[in-house]
Design a protein around this ligand. Structure first.
Ligand code: UD1
Ligand code: MG
Length: 448
């Protein structure tokens, strides 16, 4: 039976305490590539075609529930009051389980790298006739993991490290965590789990033997260690970040971008990069960024919540903040900060400038040191700069203010009133010149 035809409930376990993070924030809200770990886990479950998603959180974890709803608006949140083990956590979602699904897919919120297609493979195993499928991996160091005990290609048990014999501990595959099993037997099997083990916990992994005792067939699939690494402390969080960055860089390059020194470019989970984009070394791209075909991001730039249209050029040393929208062929140069502003086609903002809450019209040229004064300490105001405008260097544009198309602003102006199209506005002290003054001054000083 085709997996897509099977109704699937995904259950994401997120009730862990995360003590080793030593954090006031719950572990699963710590971010990898700019997105909370729980969001990665939920996205993978959705990619695997889950029709319904449940998340199991600890008591008073409205913050975790909220993060889950942001990714999966229809998610059902269940609270596990006491932390009595992974099977007990799954049973917290009893009401969802009881609704009757073909597939139950369980995954953990603290393994942020697991891909949707890997979870799909677990479901495919069910579609091919298995009653339960568990995900294994061959870790460099198996200490602490459950061992997948296989006989003739069948999975017969998962034995937790603490409960395993020496022979069982030598099993090639360890349990990564994610598991899929048939929904029609699921609830009854979960209820059969007993806390008869070293930890006195209800182990989800006991489902394998319970299934076997009922004549059901279990299978193990294998994933890469890098994909199923769990995050329990900040060192593992950094390792997960590094692995995710490597994946995102490969994806960008595969899609036709050049990253001259990929290990120095930091991307976000949602970074969209077109073909023939060039990203120079030491660039940080925070969430919400789209870089269209043929754009260049020069070294040491920082982008967040911004769009860079095709053929535009950013940096070096530029900062694009949320709402920066740089149109085709426009240039944003060194030590320039753009926030909530449209830089229209072909406009140039090349040096030492702050443009905030503004529009810079097509082909306009913004001189070095121009500042939009958008904030009076209480409110923000807009600056509208028309097409083809020339702003002389070191000008302050005190918002709200409009500079009409084709106007000129003389260097060093403080512009407080609107400027008509095609006009020249100069707003600075007039130059005063006194012939011979400097020479006389020096002579006076020398005499003393
Ligand atoms: C579990 C597996 C083990 C596997 C390992 C992989 C069991 C019994 N063991 O062990 O085979 O090798 O993961 O990392 O399943 N959780 C709850 N409520 C609970 C207990 C756990 O929500 O009462 C959640 C945790 O937040 C975590 C996940 O379930 O996301 C796994 O729990 P954890 O305590 O880390 O299990 P391990 O002992 O590591
Ligand atoms: Mg664990």
């Amino acid at each position: 039976m085709n997996p897509a035809a099977r109704r699937c409930l995904a259950i994401v376990l997120a009730a862990g305490e995360g003590v080793r993070m030593r954090s006031s924030r719950p572990k699963v809200l710590h971010a990898v590539a700019g997105r909370p770990m729980i969001a990665h886990a939920l996205a993978a479950a959705l990619e695997a075609g889950a029709d319904a998603v449940a998340v199991v959180v600890g008591p008073d974890r409205e913050d975790v529930a909220e993060a889950a709803r942001r990714v999966a608006p229809g998610v059902e949140v269940f609270v596990q009051r006491e932390r009595l083990g992974t099977a007990h956590a799954v049973l917290a979602a009893r009401d969802a389980l009881a609704r009757g699904f073909d597939d139950i897919l369980v995954t953990y919120a603290d393994i942020p790298l697991v891909r949707g297609e890997t979870l799909s493979a677990l479901r495919a195993a069910l579609a091919e006739g298995a009653d339960l499928a568990a995900l294994g991996f061959a870790p460099a160091d198996p200490t602490g993991y459950g061992r997948l005990i296989e006989q003739d290609g069948r999975l017969v048990a998962i034995r937790e490290h603490k409960d395993a014999t020496e022979a069982e501990r030598r099993a090639r595959l360890c349990n990564a965590g994610p598991m899929a099993f048939r929904g029609d037997d699921g609830l009854a099997m979960l209820e059969a789990v007993a806390p008869t083990n070293a930890q006195k916990e209800y182990y989800l992994t006991d489902l394998v033997e319970i299934a076997g005792a009922r004549g059901l067939a279990a299978r193990a699939l294998e994933a890469d260690e890098a994909e199923v690494m769990g995050v329990n402390d900040r060192v593992q969080l950094a390792a997960a970040e590094a692995a995710m960055q490597a994946r995102l860089r490969r994806k960008a390059m595969a899609a036709g971008a050049t990253l001259a020194a990929p290990e120095t470019v930091f991307l976000s989970w949602d970074t969209a990069i077109g073909r023939d984009v060039l990203i120079e070394p030491h660039v940080v791209i925070a969430p919400g960024v789209t870089i269209e075909d043929g754009a260049t991001i020069h070294a040491f730039s920082h982008l967040e919540g911004a769009r860079v249209a095709s053929g535009a050029s950013i940096g070096p040393y530029a900062r694009l903040r949320p709402g920066a929208d740089v149109a085709a062929g426009a240039r944003v140069g060194n030590f320039v900060e753009i926030k909530n502003a449209a830089i229209e086609a072909g406009a140039k903002v090349n040096h030492l400038t702050y443009i905030g809450d503004a529009r810079v019209g097509a082909g306009a040229n913004i001189g070095a040191g121009t500042i939009t004064c958008n904030y009076d300490g209480f409110s923000k105001f807009r600056t509208d700069i028309g097409a083809g405008v020339f702003i002389g260097s070191n000008s302050s544009l005190v918002a709200p203010v409009t500079i009409g198309d084709g106007a000129y602003v003389g260097s060093g102006s403080v512009i407080t009133r609107d400027v008509e199209p095609d006009a020249l506005a100069v707003a600075r002290g007039r130059q005063d010149a006194r012939a011979g003054w400097a020479k006389a001054f020096r002579a006076r000083k020398k005499k003393k």
